[in-house]
Ligand binder design. Structure first.
Ligand code: ZN
Length: 308
């Protein structure tokens, strides 16, 4: 007997799992009164989740990004959630001021494509320019990114149609993680919600994942976050993330965790020997997710691969 699976078989298997995730949206039901049948559910919002856009001048990425946005708009979404790593990379030691500015200029230009839509962003690990020579420079670190993405702060929450949205900042010591200030804020934010409130929580790093067991990239404080969520079993909580560029879905303690691949796939490049097809990162095609949010707190999360 052998416990090794040949790599092709494994690839096919993982591909199959990926397809399942694409075609079978799963609802989240934690409250007994949320057990309405599929025909009784009322959709209250449709949201696009784009993550790891990694916009860059190379590989014709700006134009390809524009075509993705045009396709997403056809889904008639109410607004966009942008999961971080909006630009290719500002975080490496050799990145110059010019290179940072060039990337944000492309982002700003691309943003015109979906003018009229609200975009709620979170910080990705590649967005910050830590190599800025002077820490008092306005381009150093998180404040500059917050300004570029027109965010109200590095973490925040907002309400829409009875849904509560939480946007986290995973970029702290031992990332992904929440710092002490953010933990306190999150505890208070959840405590302020009435019983039964549906919550959609977006982070850059996955809070929990299946592929992260093999690949890493998980929140290192998942135990703290899942403990906190357990104290709020009276709400319906769904989490979405990016960062690992993989399509992944996990469920734990009544909370579903969707990692929605990457819009840039293999950073807009063709891929490498581990890519299952052109532009894929491993088994995951470049794509975006469309989330339907229902009145009863359930969520349909569908991943749409794109071919641009
Ligand atoms: Zn990332």
């Amino acid at each position: 007997m052998t416990n090794t699976v040949d790599s092709k078989k494994r690839r096919d298997l993982v591909k199959g799992i990926g397809l399942l995730a694409i075609s079978l949206p799963l609802g989240v039901k934690r409250e007994p009164n949320a057990l309405a049948g599929p025909h009784e559910k009322k959709r209250v919002l449709r949201v696009a989740h784009i993550t790891d856009v990694h916009i860059r001048p190379e590989y014709n990425a700006p134009e390809r990004f524009g075509r993705c946005i045009e396709e997403i708009k056809k889904h008639k979404v109410d607004f966009f959630l942008n999961g971080g790593d909006s630009i290719f990379a500002a975080d490496y030691n050799n990145i110059t001021r010019e290179r940072v500015n060039e990337q944000w200029a492309i982002w700003k230009n691309a943003r015109e494509r979906f003018k009229g839509y609200e975009v709620y962003s979170c910080l990705g690990n590649h967005d910050m320019w830590w190599a800025c020579p002077d820490k008092s420079d306005s381009m150093y670190g998180k404040p500059h990114v917050i300004a570029q993405l027109e965010m109200p702060g590095r973490f925040y929450s907002f309400e829409k149609h009875g849904w509560h949205f939480i946007i986290l900042d995973s970029n702290n010591d031992n990332a992904g993680s929440l710092d002490a200030e953010q933990r306190k804020w999150l505890e208070n934010d959840l405590a302020s919600l009435r019983r039964g409130t549906p919550v959609l929580c977006m982070s850059h790093y996955p809070i929990l994942g299946v592929s992260t067991i093999m690949e890493g990239g998980n929140h290192t404080d998942a135990r703290y976050i899942t403990n906190l969520f357990n104290k709020h079993r009276d709400k319906t909580i769904t989490c979405i993330s990016g960062h690992i560029h993989l399509l992944d879905e996990a469920g734990y303690d009544g909370v579903r965790y969707y990692c929605n691949g990457a819009l840039s796939g293999f950073w807009w490049e063709d891929g490498d020997s581990d890519s299952a097809a052109k532009c894929y990162y491993r088994e995951t095609p470049p794509g975006y997710a469309i989330l339907d949010l229902f009145e009863d707190g359930s969520v349909s999360n569908r991943y749409y691969p794109h071919s641009f």
